[in-house]
Structures are given as structure tokens and as C-alpha cells.
Ligand binder design. Structure first.
Ligand code: SF4
Length: 296
């Protein structure tokens, strides 16, 4: 059995790292794309590999500067394939194993929350957000919580500390939870976006699309009995709805089989105290449902 050259592995690794840095394809697809490409190695058809890689790169429609550098890389990559791959690569399984090592962050089937957290801390899918962030704000609290609270995105304080809901709105959330007999340690708190949008602007649709799969995985691992979505973005994203929050609140919905209540975001309550009363009604319903679930 011939061995895979370490130089080739290094080259692939650098190549993909490069594409990641320039956000040339979504993180989740990296591993899939490469595995797909590597499958074609069974017959040592190197052109399939470069073709597959190339297609992905050019379909990414990114800046011309990045494209130029990528083109150069692809040429080198092709050369490397032609010169070395055909002669040296015979063990597909071994390559997949090594690929898995290199791209362990890209395997969508996470089975531990710490692995998911590591992956997200290296995420550059949203170029603007990842360039500007100080910290990725993954989430905090009880990883086996029955209640998960989902907000919109980190603000300045959260970005600084790497923790969700730590500013003024966070303090209000702590008070709301206290009022319905929950401590922060008892629940799990996270956001739809893990990185702060600059100047606290609204999340962009592509950013939500990029980041939501992480939340989906996070919730799948925590397995809560109840979800509380805070604010319009979290509520509409999880419910795939365009309805205004005023129409969505006050009743239970379902997200991936989990009962979900939606209510106003604490930051909105700070701006508009009149929404405190309906919020109080929502969270009281949530607590009653929680008590009901625990009893049964
Ligand atoms: S917001 Fe989410 S998808 Fe975008 S860069 Fe941060 S972690 Fe990645």
C-alpha cells in the first residue's frame, strides 16, 4: 500500500484553509465537498478533483482579488495533483481519515456540545461579522436545561465578554427569569447569531442563514422541553414566519417538536416599558407549562 505524501496533505490543508479564510464556500460544505472530491480518487481521476474544487470556487462569486489568488492556487493545486497524486494516492480510506482530521470542524454530525463550540469559534462564514468580532458568543448555562432561551445576536457587552445577555438587557432577562422562579444557571441562553452585528444593526438574512444551523445543532444536543424565543428575529427565524411578534406572542408554537413561547426581547422592553405587561403574561404561561411538564 502506498502512502499519501505529507506534502500533498499539507497542500490540501493550506488550500482549504485559504478558501475558508476568504469565505469561498459555506463551512458546512467544506468537508462534504472534499469527501465528494476524494471519492473520485478511487479511479485516480485527478481532473475530477480539481474540477469539483474549481466549480465550487468559481460559483462562489466573491471578490476578484480573492478569485485571482484562488485561480493561482488552483493552478498549483492541479500541478500538484498531476505530479504527485496520480502516483502516490492509492488508499482512499486513509485519505478520508486524514481529511476528517484536517476538517473535523466541518463534520455536521456533532455529538458533543464542546465540539460544536470549537467549530463555531473558528467560523468565518459571515465575513463582516467574523472580521469585527472580539468573541464568538456561543451560549451559556445548563447544557442539560429543560428551558432554552434564544435571543437575536450579541451586543457590545456580550461581544466583549463572550457571553450572552450580560448587558442591561441581560440584567432585565435575569430579573424576568427570577420572577418566574428560574435562575440563569438552571436554563441555557443563546442567540440566533453567534457574532455581533456592527453597531447592533439587524441581522442580515444571509447571516441568519449561515448561523442558524449551529443553533439547530445546539438545540438538538441540549434537548430542551421548552424554548423561549426573544424578539422578532429569533421568533420569526425559528418559526419560519413573517408575522409580527405581536401576533405570534401569547400562545405556544412548536420548533422541531419542542414547545415554544415567543415574547418581546428585553432590549425592546427597555425602550418600550408598555410591553412589559404582555411579556409578563407570556412568561407566566411558560412557567405554568413548565410546571405541568415536570409533573407529568
Ligand atoms: S455569525 Fe455565526 S455563521 Fe456568522 S461568522 Fe459568526 S458563528 Fe459564523
Amino acid at each position: 500500500m502506498k502512502r499519501v505524501s505529507q506534502n500533498i496533505i499539507k497542500d490540501i490543508s493550506e488550500h482549504i484553509e485559504f478558501m475558508k479564510r476568504y469565505n469561498l464556500f459555506p463551512l458546512h460544505n467544506d468537508g462534504l465537498m472534499l469527501t465528494e472530491a476524494l471519492k473520485s480518487l478511487e479511479n485516480f481521476d485527478a481532473s475530477d478533483i480539481s474540477g469539483s474544487v474549481e466549480k465550487k470556487i468559481y460559483s462562489s462569486e466573491k471578490s476578484s482579488r480573492a478569485s485571482n489568488v484562488v485561480s493561482e492556487k488552483v493552478v498549483n493545486f492541479d500541478k500538484q495533483i498531476n505530479e504527485d497524486f496520480k502516483n502516490e494516492l492509492t488508499d482512499n480510506y486513509e485519505v478520508k481519515k486524514i481529511t476528517k482530521e484536517i476538517f473535523k470542524t466541518d463534520i455536521p454530525d456533532f455529538n458533543e456540545i464542546s465540539k460544536l463550540k470549537d467549530t463555531i469559534s473558528n467560523c468565518f462564514k459571515c465575513r463582516e461579522l467574523s472580521n469585527l468580532r472580539n468573541n464568538v458568543v456561543f451560549g451559556s448555562g445548563n447544557e442539560n436545561a429543560d428551558l432554552v432561551i434564544v435571543g437575536e445576536a450579541p451586543g457590545a457587552d456580550e461581544d466583549k465578554q463572550g457571553l450572552p445577555f450580560v448587558g442591561r438587557a441581560g440584567k432585565l432577562l435575569t430579573d424576568i427569569l427570577k420572577a418566574i422562579n428560574f435562575s440563569r444557571d438552571e436554563v441555557y441562553i443563546c442567540n440566533i447569531l453567534k457574532c455581533r452585528p456592527p453597531e447592533n444593526r439587524n441581522p442580515m438574512p444571509d447571516e441568519i442563514e449561515n448561523c442558524e444551523p449551529f443553533l439547530y445543532n445546539q438545540l438538538k444536543l441540549i434537548k430542551p422541553k421548552l424554548i423561549l424565543a426573544l424578539g422578532t428575529f429569533a421568533s420569526q427565524t425559528l418559526l419560519r414566519s413573517k408575522e409580527p411578534l405581536g401576533k405570534l406572542r401569547g400562545r405556544f408554537h412548536t420548533y422541531e417538536g419542542v414547545k415554544m413561547m415567543v415574547t418581546y426581547h428585553p432590549a425592546a422592553l427597555l425602550r418600550n416599558p408598555a410591553w412589559k405587561k404582555p411579556t409578563w403574561e407570556d412568561v407566566k404561561m411558560l412557567r405554568a407549562e413548565y410546571d405541568n411538564m415536570i409533573k407529568t
